[in-house]
Design a protein around this ligand. Structure first.
Ligand code: DGT
Ligand code: CA
Ligand code: CA
Ligand code: ZN
Length: 580
């Protein structure tokens, strides 16, 4: 049976490819596909069971999309999509995503120079051939060279952003778990460790019938090509070009296998050395006695760690960055867990041009999730397309004051997301800013200034008395835009001195501050963090789980995350910071 998630993913892909075909980010056909994807994803019943007429009654589904849903449900394919996949293979899609290119220019590159991938682009840039194309020039060429260098696109290894990898993994796992004979399935490798890009997906399947499960697996619709398929190991390439390694094990070996395939390799090597010292061997099948082969532990990760004298170590910190020593000394960090967050300090409503839902809808959703405090932070006036004027902001403040009584268990703060200008200046004036309960300040443009300029810019914003937090610190979009380069130590020092928190933005394509920044802050006691969703619609309030995982990867102590604090402590801290 075709699932809604599968259909949603297909329409998402259709939208992305249509955007390329139409040569425009604004393509209205692409938007129609996206609207359909959203509807299908949230549909409580199976869309594949509906008739074309029933489908057309759903919001965001028109004649053409309804027909495509039926086409897929009936035949297992969408002709239009297959044509587009052929016209624009994955290597070419990666080229389109290079900052400064986009669909039109990528097509021009392909037609004029035969450039079909980011690796080809690196070669063409090297030959200074790009500057001669109409509309490119030396400056564009220099910017492209910079992007290729900073995103590491010239190498042979193409890494997939976590946003895409996670979506594919969840979709694939849903399909795999539905195969008869599958007892468990999980993603491992760098995705489980929550690296922000992955080279491939590693999927572990627990089953006693690997032959039958493999047969079903390789016939799934998301697979474009099977690389190898053996009794317990299968490697395939998904429709979007992502390589997936699948391993089958029986459940009694689950713990040893998931430990092995989660890595990192460096972490595993350390564990293996601990095993050897005890006269054991650790491999993907078991922790066992080196002489007799008798199994010491294999079924669960916890048992293997315990046998080696260690507490279970969270996958996000298995990088041999001191976690083994910390675990041996009883000093593993007290990391943030799901359920620890009491507030959300970066939330948009439809007052922001890019927000979907009303103030009331966002508050209802937040209260429904049990949040104890929230800051509404729509864009301020300097963000021309999306920002709100002073008048609109004051009206919103009055609405919030009136609505507060509807949410006895949740304190509603009136906040704002300020735009940090190239020189560190902010929207409005100081007095107006002090009228807010909570200010987030973030970078939204001017990504190409020098390190010195970016550092001054951020430090200025951090030191502003009205600013409570810096939003998405470097402004990156993983795999698409590298973000600003900045002297992290200087920014952390300013944040420590002023009490301005560093936001951990939960969007899977941001995860910003990046983990390198969090690692750098590990030794400091003075810097506070907030894990925020930056939700633009109600559904995104739940993505705090990704921000939590990012904090767990960054070794951030729970007590340094201000929105884990009870309301009294949190609000007193906000007051304190405001008074300086
Ligand atoms: P990636 O795919 O580059 O983003 O990173 P990983 O960590 O997912 O690397 P991958 O896919 O090559 O392997 C997944 C895990 O399996 C890795 O973290 C440790 C384990 N592993 C794979 N191959 C080997 C190997 O040859 N030796 C050892 N010791 N471990 C391996
Ligand atoms: Ca991998
Ligand atoms: Ca792999
Ligand atoms: Zn925002």
């Amino acid at each position: 049976m075709v699932t809604n998630l599968e259909l949603a993913a297909l329409f998402g892909e259709l939208a992305a490819l249509t955007r390329i075909a139409d040569g425009s980010a604004q393509s209205f056909r692409a938007r129609a596909y996206e609207a359909a994807a959203k509807t299908l994803e949230g549909l409580p019943t199976g869309a594949a069971a509906l008739s074309e007429t029933e489908l057309r009654k759903l919001p965001g589904i028109g004649k053409a999309t309804a027909a495509k849903v039926r086409e897929y449900a009936d035949s297992g394919r969408i002709a239009k999509l297959e044509q587009l996949r052929e016209d624009y293979p994955p290597e070419f899609r990666a080229l389109v995503d290079v900052p400064g290119l986009g669909p039109k220019r990528a097509v021009l590159l392909r037609d004029a120079l035969g450039v079909g991938s980011t690796a080809d682009l690196a070669v063409a840039l090297e030959a200074e051939a790009v500057r001669e194309l109409p509309g490119f020039g030396e400056r564009t060429e220099a910017n492209l060279r910079r992007a290729v260098r900073r995103l590491g696109l010239s190498g042979k290894e193409r890494r997939t952003p976590i946003l895409v990898a996670m979506r594919e993994a969840e979709w694939l796992l849903a399909e795999v778990r539905a195969i008869p004979g599958v007892e468990a399935a999980a993603y491992c490798g760098s995705l489980r460790r929550f690296r922000d890009t992955v080279a491939d997906l590693d999927i572990l399947v627990g089953t006693d019938d690997s032959a039958a499960v493999t047969e079903r697996l390789v016939s799934l619709g998301w697979i474009r090509r099977v690389i190898v398929s053996g009794e317990t190991k299968t490697s395939v390439v998904s429709q979007s070009g992502l390589q997936v390694d699948v391993r089958m094990v029986s459940m009694p070996q689950w713990g040893a296998a998931i430990l092995y395939f989660t890595g990192s390799q460096a972490h595993n090597i350390r564990l293996r050395r601990l095993a050897i010292r005890r006269g054991w061997v650790l491999n993907e099948y078991a922790l066992a006695d080196a002489n007799t082969g008798e199994v010491v532990a294999a079924e669960a990760e916890e048992e293997i760690y315990a046998a080696l004298g260690l507490p279970w170590i969270p996958p996000t910190i298995r990088e041999d960055r001191g976690e083994i020593e910390a675990a041996q000394g009883g000093g593993l960090p007290d990391l943030v867990s799901d359920g620890d967050l009491r507030g959300d300090l970066h939330v948009h409503t439809d007052l922001s041009g890019d927000g979907d839902h009303s103030l009331e809808a966002m508050l209802d959703a937040a209260a429904g999730m049990g949040l104890e405090y929230i800051a509404i932070t729509d864009h301020a006036e300097n963000l021309v397309i999306n920002g709100a004027s002073r008048g609109e902001m004051l009206a919103q403040r009055r609405r919030i004051a009136a609505l507060q009584e509807n949410y006895p268990g949740m304190r509603v703060l009136h906040g704002v997301e300020l735009n940090i200008g190239p020189d560190g200046s902010l929207d409005y004036d100081r007095d107006f800013l002090m009228g807010y309960d909570w200010c987030v300040a973030s970078v939204h443009s001017h990504f190409d200034l020098t390190v010195a300029e970016q550092t001054v810019r951020l430090v200025e914003a951090v030191r502003h008395p009205a600013v409570n937090a810096v939003g998405h610190l470097i402004g990156r979009r993983i795999g698409r835009r590298p973000g600003i380069e900045v002297d992290v130590e200087a920014v952390l020092t300013a944040a420590g001195l002023t009490g301005t928190a560093i936001e951990i933005n939960s969007h899977l394509d941001r995860l910003d501050a990046p983990v390198e920044v969090l690692w750098q802050a590990r030794r400091r006691d003075d810097v506070r963090f907030v894990i925020s969703t930056d939700a633009h619609r109600t559904g995104e309030l739940a993505q705090s789980k990704w921000g939590i995982r990012q904090a767990r990867r960054g070794w951030v102590d729970k007590d340094k995350v201000a929105n884990t604090w009870p309301p009294d402590r949190f609000l007193a801290w906000v007051e304190d910071v405001r008074r300086g």
